[in-house]
Design a protein around this ligand. Structure first.
Ligand SMILES: Cc1cc2nc3c(=O)[nH]c(=O)nc-3n(C[C@H](O)[C@H](O)[C@H](O)COP(=O)(O)O)c2cc1C
Length: 356
């Protein structure tokens, strides 16, 4: 098993949800960059559970302990290793999953691949908890990007059938980026929050869960970054985004909608603005031929409903080799979307830093 991403900046995520701890090793970071740890902790706390009813009531402090790679507040250039202790585990809740895999979760595929030796407690290495070290890595990478004028922000684009407004695709306001970067229920239009929360609550009361979409934007990225074909910006970002559990789709710019347009509608016309080549629209999401065109890079990720629901479900008993019924205990997010927003920003930061 290996959970690594990136070539120039390589992250390796380790740990299991109910083991002693989880963490990340980041290779390739530049020496001499000062890191604001308070800013890192803001990102960690946006992802941490236990804050409201849309998330699991499991409370974790998610305090990263840096073991190497920093001297005081400065990166040394050595591999940066951070560990987060697991302090709030109730492994008894997972006893019945050893033989009866949860529909929608990784229990069955991990059982087959690792000959039932994988740690099933809390989802083991497949748990959403493993996104905490990813957010740590992203928080480091985005501080390096910010020095270059590159900013990343994401928001809850939809939960169920309730939609937020979209980013202005040609210009992302710094004030909006700042607001989203500090929010644990990140929305452009705050007036939809109540409706979204009601959607989550109605799923929770029905012993069910609900999914949604996240829109992410990278601003301040210059033209000419990325490679054609397989190392294109879309591919590099998509690989990182699909590393986040529960992400099942991604589209750049207008994405699948482009397939229904005419070329005259989908093409983004060029113009000179203040001596710089820009496009009047941004249907392509800031990427042409795998290479940035200088407009904001924009994409949407689709998040599936949380697999662990308390409603009775059909499954199989792998020991008895017969059909079975499953009732899942334990503490689960009725909706993953709000907590996944800072995770999407984080993997995007790691991806963009790799591309530079
Ligand atoms: C922030 C976050 C929190 C999550 N919380 C839960 C949870 O409480 N219960 C659950 O069953 N899955 C949760 N997941 C999703 C599972 O980890 C994921 O669905 C599972 O590993 C299977 O992977 P896949 O959905 O990518 O195929 C969470 C994912 C993220 C990103």
């Amino acid at each position: 098993m290996s959970s690594t991403y990136g070539e120039k900046i390589k992250i390796s995520v380790f740990g299991e949800s109910h083991g002693n701890g989880i963490g990340v090793v980041i290779d390739g970071l530049p020496a001499g960059v000062k890191i604001d740890m308070d800013k890192v902790l803001v990102q960690m706390s946006r992802r941490a559970p236990g804050k409201d009813k849309t998330a699991t009531p499991r409370k974790e402090s998610d305090l990263p302990k840096v073991l190497s790679g920093m001297l005081g507040d400065t990166l040394t250039g050595a591999p940066l290793c951070a560990v987060i202790e697991n302090t709030n585990t109730k492994s008894g809740d997972y006893g019945n999953l050893l033989n009866c895999p949860r529909p929608g979760h990784s229990d069955y595929t991990a059982y087959v691949k690792y000959n039932a030796s994988n740690d099933i407690r809390g989802g083991g290495h497949f748990s959403g908890r493993l996104t905490a070290p990813i957010v740590f890595a992203g928080a480091i990478c985005r501080q390096i990007l910010e020095e270059k004028g590159i900013k990343i922000a994401a928001h809850i684009a939809s939960i169920g059938n309730v939609n937020d407004k979209s980013f202005n695709p040609v210009s992302i306001d710094d004030k909006l980026i700042n607001k989203l970067n500090n929010s644990s229920f990140a929305l452009i239009d705050d007036s939809v929050e109540e409706k979204m929360r009601a959607e989550v609550e109605s799923a929770r009361l029905a012993q069910d869960s609900i999914g949604g979409t996240i829109e992410c934007a990278v601003s301040g990225i210059e033209a000419g970054i990325g490679e054609p074909m397989f190392e294109g910006v879309e591919g590099v970002i998509a690989k990182a985004v699909f590393g986040v559990p529960a992400i099942k789709g991604i589209e750049f710019g207008k994405g699948f909608e482009l397939s229904k347009m005419r070329g005259s509608q989908s093409n983004d016309p060029f113009e000179y603005k203040d001596g710089k080549v820009v496009t009047k629209t941004n249907n392509c999401g800031g990427i042409l031929g795998g290479i940035t065109n200088g407009m904001p890079v924009i994409f949407k990720a689709g998040v599936k409903p949380t697999p662990s629901i308390s409603k009775e479900q059909d499954t199989v008993d792998l020991q008895k080799k017969e059909n079975a019924k499953l009732v899942i205990n334990g503490r689960h997010d009725p909706c993953i979307v709000p907590r996944a927003v800072p995770v999407i920003e984080a993997v995007t930061a790691v991806a963009i830093l790799n591309l530079l």
